[in-house]
Design a protein around this ligand. Structure first.
Ligand SMILES: [Cu+2]
Length: 652
């Protein structure tokens, strides 16, 4: 059987040793020429560019005080028209405003928040039916990982359980906890993976833990710090917003289940605006969608939330229900406990359709003027290499039709605008982009395409990676130029002066860290988990899992350099909670010149590509005391041990 993993291995052996700054998409690359395997709905039968791009509104607030804006948001199971009209609807997990059933959507609506004003959000788990019974998941949850594990009870929650025979998938109540990605907050609000909570339901099985190991402690701390009271089935996060204006995003973060619930829909954007780190209103194209705008309001700033998904013929989401799907093991195992390999978890998931703002391959009519797009990659494992072209099926690499003017990324504005023909966007990264359609003839069609691979992205100059199928996931969305409706008064890109990114001082401590892959001892070259870790005294990497004691203790208010040494064959998007860091550069682990960050990586960042065979260096200022996590943001890796805690200051 065709295995993506083996293709990767063959390509990476020479590449890891020869990482050099050569241009991406050079000679000799060819398309897969077919979509990646997925569900029973053939992605080539789904018509493209028939659904208008969904303009994601802002969540309605439920209250405000002198310095706090307040929202109440719930997770519910819904049916949504993700595929074009005429196709069946898709069952999804959605977040929405508790008091407005129409606001539930996957991905969710956006938050509009202000710098230095608190945002207080109640996150409620309402995965229950009308009778109040819990709703089991419609995707396959692997109970053999180190995971939330509600059936383990108080003793066994947040562990890797042991089994005497291969267990069926977990079908109990769905745990939930939400993290605001990129936020500068405190531990009780951060969505720690062991701070999950079940819905309040009539039929929770006896002996189940209803909350994760941290929930009771953080409930108390939230009361002490903010005076808020967590009810059962909820948490209340208070975000200080004391950081630069940017776009953050929220998503679920349960231990060992993040890939499932995010794929099912629990994610959305969070706009942070105002103050000296933002530009005054009117400089950039706007407005963005707000709370309950008048029908017909025109938007010139638009969030774009990208996810790859696969569907079944009944409209349902496809997600692998066997480790055998990945193709590097016998199709039917044997699995844990007869071997060391989990029965359902796959090393990476790649979908075969492209979903933007909750619909497959949408189209957008634009005016001949400037637009500001706020991009976020909400995939499980896929990295995009974006380009704008006139022919979406053109052989790769395609000829760019217009530049991408990048003005910001994860943590705020870049030092200055950067104009490029293409840019990558790894899982959880954001880009703030101006596209200028000024002067284009009505009827002009442009396509946002993807030239990234169907495997973990290794970066420019890394091993050759074939671009994804141009007929499916090689296309994202279409822009059609319509008539000009009003004058564009935004400032042209070449005249923009951007607010300077926050300065990070000199590090006072350097922390060598390792990225590792653990392969099966039963099935050759089959990964069973990935880990982070440190180093042994002899200089060899020391892989550590979620179960191991904390090794990263940081002083309060300290500036550290972290060195991410990647001993695996994959590129990993590494995310550090709490901070917005600066990428110092990347160099071969065996020694060699330090390569500077890409032009669009020169602002503050909360995620960085750690290419294979390379040491990726970053520096960050860690101020708020507390327990946080750093992890790979390939969700399938994060869920299977590629995540570690770190402690700033004294543990509470
Ligand atoms: Cu990873």
């Amino acid at each position: 059987m065709f295995t993506r993993r083996q293709v990767l291995k063959a390509g990476s052996i020479a590449g890891a040793a020869a990482f050099a700054p050569i241009p991406l998409l050079t000679s000799g690359r060819k398309a897969w020429a077919q979509p990646v395997p997925g569900g029973s709905l053939d992605p080539t039968t789904i018509p493209k560019y028939v659904t208008p791009l969904y303009m994601t509104p802002a969540f309605p607030k439920i209250g405000r005080t002198a310095d706090v804006d307040i929202w109440s948001i719930a997770g519910r199971m819904i049916r949504q028209q993700m595929l074009p009209h005429g196709f069946p609807k898709t069952t999804a997990l959605a977040l929405g405003a508790v008091n407005d059933p129409r606001s539930f959507r996957a991905p969710g609506w956006s938050f509009e928040t202000k710098v230095d004003r608190f945002a207080r959000v109640t996150w409620a788990n309402q995965f229950v039916d009308r009778r109040g019974d819990f709703l089991p998941h419609f995707l396959t949850i692997d109970p053999t990982l180190h995971w939330a594990n509600p059936p383990g009870g108080i003793e066994g929650r947040d562990t890797r359980p042991t089994f005497t025979s291969t267990p069926p998938p977990y079908k109990g109540p769905i745990p939930m906890v939400i993290h605001l990605h990129g936020t500068h907050d405190f531990q009780e609000s951060d969505g720690y993976p062991e701070n999950w909570f079940l819905p309040v339901a009539r039929n929770i099985p006896a002996g189940y833990a209803t909350v994760g190991s941290k929930w009771d402690q953080y409930k108390q701390e939230a009361f002490d710090r903010w005076g808020v009271v967590w009810q059962p089935g909820t948490m209340i996060s208070q975000y200080p917003n004391d950081q630069a204006a940017t776009m953050l995003w929220y998503h679920n973060h349960e231990l060992g289940m993040t890939r499932i619930n995010m794929y099912a829909g629990l994610a959305g954007t969070y706009m942070l605006r105002g103050g000296p780190t933002d530009l005054p209103p009117g400089v950039l194209p706007g407005p963005a969608p707000g709370e309950y705008d008048r029908r017909g309001t025109q938007y010139y700033e638009i969030p774009l939330f990208f996810q790859d998904k696969s569907f079944n013929a009944d409209g349902g989401l496809f997600f692998p229900d066997s480790r055998g799907f990945f193709g590097d093991t016998p199709p039917d195992g044997p699995w844990i406990p007869y071997t060391d390999t989990s029965p359902y978890w796959n090393p990476e998931f790649f979908g075969n359709t492209m979903v933007v703002n909750g619909n497959t391959w949408p189209t957008m009519t634009v005016e001949p003027r400037r637009y500001r797009f706020r991009l976020v990659n909400g995939c499980n494992a896929r990295t995009f290499v974006f380009k704008i072209v006139t022919d979406p099926l053109a052989p790769r690499p395609a000829t760019p039709a217009m530049p991408l003017h990048i003005i910001g990324a994860d943590g705020g504005f870049l030092p200055k605008p950067v104009s490029v023909d293409s840019a990558w966007l790894m899982v959880c990264e954001r880009l703030d982009i101006i596209m200028d359609f000024t002067g284009m003839r009505e009827g002009t069609e442009l396509y946002l395409i993807n030239e990234g691979p169907d495997e973990p992205f290794t970066g420019e100059g890394g091993p050759e990676q074939a671009p994804t199928d141009p007929g499916t996931t090689g296309q994202c969305m279409r822009f059609v130029v319509g008539p000009l409706r009003s004058r564009d008064t935004s400032v042209p890109v070449d005249q923009l002066q951007l607010p300077a990114p926050m300065v990070i001082g000199e590090p006072t401590f350097t922390r060598p860290l390792s990225l590792n892959e653990i392969d099966s001892t039963f099935f050759p070259d089959a990964p069973i988990r990935a880990t982070l870790g440190v180093f042994n005294p002899d200089g060899t990497p020391k892989p550590l899992g979620w179960v191991d004691p904390i090794t990263e203790f940081l002083a309060s208010n300290s500036t550290e350099e972290w060195q991410l040494n990647n001993f695996t064959e994959d590129g990993h998007p590494i995310h550090v909670h709490l901070v917005q860091f600066q990428i110092l550069g990347r160099q071969p682990m065996g020694g060699g010149p330090l390569q500077p960050p890409m032009p669009w990586e020169t602002g503050r960042k909360d995620v960085v590509l750690a290419p294979p065979g390379m040491r990726t260096n970053l520096k960050a200022y860690f101020d708020n005391d507390g327990l946080f996590v750093w992890h790979c943001h390939i969700l399938d890796h994060e869920d299977n041990d590629m995540m570690r805690p770190f402690q700033v200051g004294t543990p509470s």
